[in-house]
Design a protein around this ligand. Structure first.
Ligand code: DGL
Length: 281
């Protein structure tokens, strides 16, 4: 074992979306220890500018570097779409994003592919570009879904209003008869029970979280960074920039055990925080 193998994998998102990636890591890489960061003081990311996302991502990666991680997974499509290419070369550890693994998986099943994503990810065209680079003959539709993240972060998963909003977002994709749908935001698999009641059963659902975990496993092995002798139970350090109790409370429904969450200060996140659109968290 080398000294890096027992280090943590850094995983970050704006909030609870990255837990869908974390759960895939628990399943596929049970020996690895994770440092999870949710930038809850500054969510949602999906209505932010590229400059803001770049600044936040650099702050998070700098902090993770100081804490000491062997790899970082951006468990956030918005960061992957807007910042990954620029920041990848700025740090010494490997940094993985969701767009390419998601796009690769989608072209395996789909000819008519829909992607639901945050407004920033949809506007970036990241999924369309990645998919068409692999296969220029498929059709791609992207829909920005600004209300989903606030509704999930407010735990309004079973609210009839959420179903109504989901129907509105999915309508254009259903009209175009998609055969495959990408969860283009890591928060959205939390809505799977709702979305599955609206989508026809033949539509393939692609969760990029599954594929990025597979890519992480491959990369760790390739670089001899995989933890071969480590603990077998999930052992995760949870940190947020906002209210730790709030995060613990909301997260426990998606985690094998209730998390202990610490508050960390990356920069003055209170100054940078902004209210959620039309909702009060
Ligand atoms: N879950 C993140 C993503 O995949 C960020 C969502 C948000 O904060 O708007 O894009």
């Amino acid at each position: 074992m080398n000294e890096f193998q027992t280090k943590r994998i850094g995983v970050f998102d704006s909030g609870v979306g990255g837990l869908t990636v974390l759960n895939e890591l628990y399943r596929q890489l049970p020996r690895e220890s994770i440092l999870y960061f949710g930038d809850t003081a500054r969510l949602p990311y999906g209505t932010r500018s590229k400059a803001e996302i770049l600044q936040f991502v650099r702050e998070i990666l700098t902090w993770m570097n100081e804490v000491g991680v062997k790899m970082v997974i951006m468990a956030c499509n918005t960061s992957s779409a807007l910042a990954l290419d620029e920041v990848r070369s700025e740090f010494d550890f490997p940094i993985l994003g969701l767009i390419l693994p998601g796009a690769r998986a989608a072209v395996k099943t789909g000819r008519r592919i829909g992607a639901i994503a945050t407004p920033a990810t949809a506007a970036s065209n990241a999924y369309r570009q990645a998919i068409l680079e692999i296969d220029a003959n498929v059709h791609v539709w992207q829909v920005g879904c600004p209300e989903f993240v606030p509704l999930i972060e407010q735990n309004r998963l079973r609210d009839p209003y959420t179903r109504q909003v989901a129907m509105d977002y999915l309508r254009p994709l259903l009209e175009n008869q998609i055969d495959t749908l990408i969860y283009g935001c890591t928060h959205y698999p939390h809505l799977a029970p709702v979305l599955k009641t609206i989508l026809p059963p033949q539509v393939h659902l692609i969760n990029p979280a599954y594929y990025v975990a597979k890519a992480a496993a491959r990369e760790l092995q390739l670089l001899s960074l995989d933890n071969q002798g480590g603990r077998c139970l999930p052992h995760t350090r949870f940190c947020v920039s906002g209210d730790p109790q709030r995060f613990s409370q909301l997260s426990r429904q998606w985690l094998p055990e209730p998390p202990n969450t610490e508050k960390v200060y990356l920069s003055d996140t209170r100054l940078a925080s902004m209210p959620l659109n039309a909702v009060d968290l």
